[in-house]
Ligand binder design. Structure first.
Ligand SMILES: C[S@@+](CC[C@H](N)C(=O)[O-])C[C@H]1O[C@@H](n2cnc3c(N)ncnc32)[C@H](O)[C@@H]1O
Length: 282
């Protein structure tokens, strides 16, 4: 029977084949500079299996040969490995908590305000902060304060960063965006383009959270839906890195999905347990 690839009746390599998997991981790092060794094996296997199934490959070795024959497959593989799904105002309750518990003390701080969206994917999170801060400043008759804010979105995935810099989005990216925000901050679409006023203080840079140190002097860091794929040891190091990168009184927003682990747990003060918002003591 000639079944199309997605329905091939074979068992996906969710366990076993350790050596072949190791060889494939090294190959991906050598060819594309993507270091797989810090990601949980279970996640990697599941993700690689998605591509193997899509391409009808039965073993890691066969899939490695396919990558040699068709280097374009790497783009699909890296897309799948980095899982860059995101939305504007994703988990709206987190943004309500940020608006109520983070922005007032933040805007009370004098001078420039540095905001970092770590693992920003195609930029929705970084632009959401920018929009939220502008809305807050307008509502409190402090419009000029929004110009003190600089938001930097970083990600390992170049394609996502290119999309982020373009600032143009399909319907799906805005399904959680309140209608008045959509009207005020986006051009009519699709595609929906961010208004230049909310875009001008936002930039995007490629940075690998695993191998590169964080830039210091941050007032607010968002890192949501990123570290779940990292080993615990890496998570611990990263959270300590965030702690060091924040100014005293600065905030870390993790959202509901992930939990603070390691020494950082004892260093931060919890601001909102449910939304996992933490503050570095002043
Ligand atoms: C699911 S998205 C999260 C986007 C956004 N923070 C949100 O919550 O909607 C995860 C992002 O983490 C990025 N990522 C994965 N590993 C990374 C690494 N080592 N360094 C930087 N970014 C990474 C992926 O490329 C992807 O864009």
């Amino acid at each position: 029977m000639n079944l199309p690839p997605p329905y091939l009746p074979f068992t996906l390599p969710l366990e076993g084949d350790e050596e072949e998997l190791e060889r494939l991981k090294l190959k991906i790092e050598r060819d594309r500079g993507f270091n797989c060794s810090f990601y949980k094996d279970k996640c990697l296997r599941r993700r690689i299996a998605v591509r193997m199934r899509a391409r009808g490959q039965r073993s890691f070795a066969d899939y490695a040969s396919l990558l040699d024959r068709e280097p374009a497959e790497y783009d699909h593989l890296l897309d799948t490995l980095t899982i860059n799904v995101t939305k504007f105002f994703r988990n709206i309750e987190t943004w309500h908590a940020v608006e109520q518990q983070v922005l007032p003390p933040l805007f009370a701080t004098p001078g420039p305000l540095k905001v970092w969206s770590a693992g920003s994917a195609s930029g929705e999170e970084a632009y959401t902060v920018s929009i939220l801060m502008r809305e807050w400043a307008e509502k409190h008759h402090r419009r000029g304060d929004a110009d003190r804010v600089r938001v930097v979105g970083t990600d390992i995935d170049r394609k996502s960063l290119e999309n982020a810099a373009r600032g143009s989005y399909p319907d799906l990216s805005l399904t959680e965006t309140p209608p008045h925000i959509r009207q005020r901050w986006f051009s009519p679409g699709p595609p929906y383009c961010i208004r230049p006023e909310a875009q001008k203080n936002v930039s995007f840079v490629r940075r690998d959270l695993i191998s590169e140190r964080a830039e210091g002097g941050q007032n607010l860091i968002f890192c949501r839906n990123v570290v779940i794929y990292f080993d615990r040891e890496i998570q611990e190091r990263l959270f300590k890195d965030f702690y060091d990168a924040l100014v005293p009184g600065g905030f870390l927003v993790m959202g509901k999905v992930e939990t603070l682990v390691g020494v950082a747990r004892t260093l931060f003060r919890s601001v909102n347990n449910r939304e996992r918002i933490f503050q570095k003591p002043a």
